[in-house]
Design a protein around this ligand. Structure first.
Ligand code: COA
Ligand code: NAP
Length: 274
């Protein structure tokens, strides 16, 4: 189920928007009448996304660009703005991830995720600034619970996404006077996505346990995230900036609780206060 908000004639640019959650966001805005630009590294993903978005009937542009290449990101914005005018809504969601313990991770393995997620987000925001509609633009960074809940095997992604969320806050300070709002969305585990496939527990029993650890007892859907993006980009969120908005069925609360409860049990066992 998707909410209904009118974005007719608005230009939405989704970086990393050719697959998964970000593509779902692009589709949701296309259904609300927006002119949609999607960009990512792989030509085949750009072509497939372009074809599917075009079927929704509105104006679409697909651009091939790697967020690690500052100049290529700049060229992508120039092309999009030439076609559809200033960007009303920018979604920055390009990311890479894999599971690996820090002690086994190579320098390049750590760097590649920081380069895509954090430096790439800076490239996108920095190059977008001159092309955002002022006043009125809304920017949304897609982060993850790793940004505020330390998670094993996720040293690279945790560090990178925490940096992204701090960029959100700093730029809310710096760009607020231009009439630009900027917020982060932190999705929980979203079924049917590449991130879910890579990071979710491998066995059925472990997945069931992970699902029941979510207070709302279900994994998320791409529509859950797309609806939040529509809301945050809309005038209904006109005074929200610098916020980190989890969309996770309460999952982050539970993850934070687990170690605290374990510490509490240990303290109770020794009879000493934690
Ligand atoms: N475990 C440990 N290290 C890994 C790894 C894994 N599963 N996958 C990649 N690496 C390391 C590589 O060994 C390499 O380090 P090295 O040069 O020291 O050997 C480094 O990471 C870069 O890998 P490479 O494959 O050259 O990077 P890339 O730029 O082609 O791809 C990735 C980037 C690795 C993030 C790739 O998984 C990707 O493109 N992901 C995008 C999709 C995605 O992750 N979606 C989910 C988002 S939540
Ligand atoms: P996904 O489908 O792999 O999406 C990542 C997108 O980024 C792809 O379109 C990819 O396209 C693009 N991309 C990757 N590297 C890029 C680069 N260097 N330059 C430009 N584009 C690049 O994964 P997803 O699971 O939907 O994740 C989307 C976002 O949600 C990510 O920010 C992720 O961290 C976040 N998130 C996901 C979950 C989840 O459960 N899935 C949970 C929390 C947070 P190309 O390969 O064509 O470049």
């Amino acid at each position: 189920m998707q909410v209904n908000l009118d974005f007719t004639g608005r230009h939405i640019f989704v970086f990393g928007g050719t697959t998964g959650i970000n593509f779902g966001i692009a589709q949701a805005f296309a259904r609300q009448g927006a002119s949609v630009t999607v960009a990512s590294r792989k030509q085949e993903n750009v072509d497939a996304a372009h074809q599917q978005l075009a079927q929704l009937g509105g104006p679409v542009l697909g651009v091939c660009a790697d967020v690690r290449d500052f100049d290529a990101v700049g060229r992508a914005f120039a092309e999009a703005v030439e076609r559809f005018g200033p960007v009303d809504v920018l979604i920055s969601g390009a990311a890479g991830n894999f599971l690996c313990e820090a002690k086994d991770m190579s320098s390049n393995g750590f760097r590649v995720v920081v380069d895509i997620d954090l430096v790439g987000t800076f490239h996108v925001l920095r190059q977008a600034y001159g092309h955002l509609r002022k006043p009125g633009a809304a920017v949304i960074n897609i982060t993850a619970p790793q940004s505020f809940v330390p998670i094993r095997y996720q040293a690279h992604a945790s560090a990178a996404k925490a940096g992204v969320d701090q960029l959100t806050r700093v730029l809310a300070l710096e760009w607020g006077g231009d009439g630009i709002r900027i917020n982060s969305i932190s999705p929980g585990p979203i079924e049917g996505t590449e991130g879910f496939r890579r990071l979710m527990a491998p066995t059925e029993a472990e997945r069931a346990a992970a699902q029941s650890s979510v207070p709302m007892q279900r994994f998320g859907t791409v529509d859950d995230i797309a609806n939040l993006a529509l809301f945050l980009a809309s005038p209904y969120a006109g005074y929200i900036s610098g916020a980190l908005v989890p969309c996770d069925g309460g999952g982050a609360l539970e993850s934070v609780k687990v170690p605290l409860e374990a510490a509490g049990r240990a303290a109770a066992a020794t009879g000493k206060p934690a």
